[in-house]
Design a binder for this molecule. Structure first.
Ligand code: ADQ
Length: 470
């Protein structure tokens, strides 16, 4: 698949996201910038390099300079935040109010007026940084829940600008969204965009319902009229760089790592894999309990099956995250204490970031992949697993509550709140004939192939600038 999106009439692009696409790295006492790994950066980098364009974001640390610089063909415009601002805007309103509310209130969202005031202030600071970069032909693409007020703040000062917004996490049902004390302000912030993109049709509709209820926006279908403009709210399910995963999966180095891993685990044992950021939305604890249930039923023992759970450290220091880590580690300890044997661990638990090659080696080694979030905008791990299964073997067990389930309907779908049901499906997945595995995986691979990360970016920008056939 062609992974470049080029068109001579393309306008310059301004990407606005909470985080910059670069991070400060220290080597031998000297600091320099490195491009960060991650889907959004992978998708935007070639576009910015080709069209010329800028990226506005926070450097991820306290303080720092606001001076713009160039890196790897991108113009970088940092938005510095103080320690207090990080606490209120990022850890507070973004991660303790919006994140839980938008993920079906899996934890109780905390509403603090002080946090909200800082959220407004920081959205304004991002807007002020963006404004000088917006020319008559620019396209501005604002990303995610941290920056929902930026579209309207920009619109006020640049009425003719092309502004798009994409939400990476779910937009909740009206009944939940209604709890937000600043629901009207946030909706009006988003309505400053020309195009609002969501991970699924349902999420796009949730937004439309909320906007019709709490603002004076009117319209039918995916269209709204507000402030004399037309706004569209549409699904653009995000994807991955399939080429990258397929190339890695086929590489000799990954092949060697797979053999090594298989030899260490024991060639006769099946591997059930989980890979997630250590977040309470990902359902790591319930997945472990489903595995515990399987072992307790006795048809499978650590002689023929084991689980590997890779968890990337995330938002450490926040109470809900520290508690989730404790719960996961306690559960791993309990299962290993009950079912492990010397030399035969039941659950291998890795709390760390892995290099891509190693991640793909795990994907290739796993007989069953469990992706069981309680709620997730998309979940790219599910698509990465499918992309890595070049020989069409392996089973994907996928939560109904991940955005990915809308597309990956040939996975074995589970309700992650039902531990017995989930255990039964995973038990069945261990018995799935190679023929059925292959027929399911073939369909899944076809789906993932049809639409990659570059197609996602290109469709969104096409719809925003009118160069599409919608
Ligand atoms: P996340 O909540 O971070 O993203 P996800 O889509 O699964 O969730 O992406 C996680 C990424 O981290 C994957 O690319 C994966 O490869 C990587 N990763 C996981 N474990 C790793 C490890 N141990 N080492 C290295 N890398 C690891 C948010 C939303 C999602 C949405 C994405 C993109 O919450 O719903 O799919 O944005 O829009």
């Amino acid at each position: 698949m062609d992974n470049r999106v080029s068109n001579p009439h393309e306008r310059s692009l301004v990407v606005v996201a909470n985080r910059l696409p670069v991070r400060r790295v220290r080597k031998g006492g000297r600091a320099h910038w490195e491009t960060s790994p991650g889907g959004l950066v992978t998708a935007m980098h070639p576009l910015l390099r080709e069209r010329g364009g800028s990226w506005v974001g926070w450097n991820g640390a306290e303080g720092g300079s606001a001076r713009p610089f160039s890196h790897d063909g991108m113009d970088i415009h940092p938005v510095p935040l103080s320690a207090d601002e990080i606490a209120r805007f990022y850890e507070g309103f973004s991660n303790e109010t919006l994140w839980p509310l938008y993920h079906d209130a899996l934890r109780t969202p905390r509403f603090h007026r002080k946090w909200w005031r800082t959220y407004v202030e920081i959205n304004r600071r991002f807007t002020e940084t963006v404004l000088p970069l917006v020319g008559p032909d620019s396209v501005v693409w604002v990303h995610d829940y941290h920056l929902q007020l930026v579209p309207a703040m920009l619109r006020e000062r640049r009425p003719g600008a092309k502004i798009g917004f994409f939400l990476h996490i779910p937009f909740p049902a009206l009944e939940l969204y209604s709890r937000m004390p600043w629901r009207r302000e946030i909706l009006e912030g988003l309505l400053g965009a020309d195009l609002l993109g969501f991970q699924s049709r349902l999420m796009a509709q949730n937004f439309l319902r909320a906007a019709r209820r709490y603002t004076d926006a009117r319209g039918v279908g995916s269209h709204l009229h507000h402030g004399g403009r037309e706004i569209r709210s549409l699904p653009f399910p995000i994807s991955i760089d399939i080429n990258e995963f397929e190339t890695l999966a086929a590489s000799e180095e990954v092949g060697r790592r797979v053999d090594e891993l298989r030899a260490r685990i024991g060639p006769e044992r099946r591997i059930i894999l989980g890979v997630d950021r250590l977040d309470y939305t990902k359902g790591i604890d319930v997945r472990l309990r489903a595995f515990e249930e399987i072992l307790s039923r006795g048809r499978h023992t650590t002689a023929d099956v084991c689980m590997i759970q890779v968890a990337v450290p995330s938002r450490g220091g926040a109470a809900d995250y520290d508690e989730m880590r404790r719960l996961v580690e306690e559960t791993v300890g309990r299962i290993n204490g009950e079912y492990g044997e010397p030399g035969r661990v039941a659950v291998h638990y890795l709390h760390r970031n892995l290099p891509r090659e190693e991640l793909v080696a795990y994907y290739r080694a796993a007989d069953v992949m469990m992706v069981t979030p309680l709620r997730d905008g998309m979940n790219l791990v599910a698509k990465e697993y499918v992309a890595s299964r070049l020989d069409n073997s392996g089973v994907l067990v996928l939560s109904e509550f991940a955005g990915a389930a809308n597309e990956l309907s040939h996975a074995l779908l589970v309700n992650p709140f039902d531990i017995d049901g989930m255990a039964a499906v995973v038990e069945n997945s261990l018995d799935l004939s190679p023929r059925e595995q292959s027929s399911r995986m073939r369909s899944l691979r076809k789906t993932v192939h049809a639409y990659d990360l570059y197609a996602w970016a290109s469709r969104f920008l096409g719809a925003l600038t009118g160069d599409d056939d919608r």
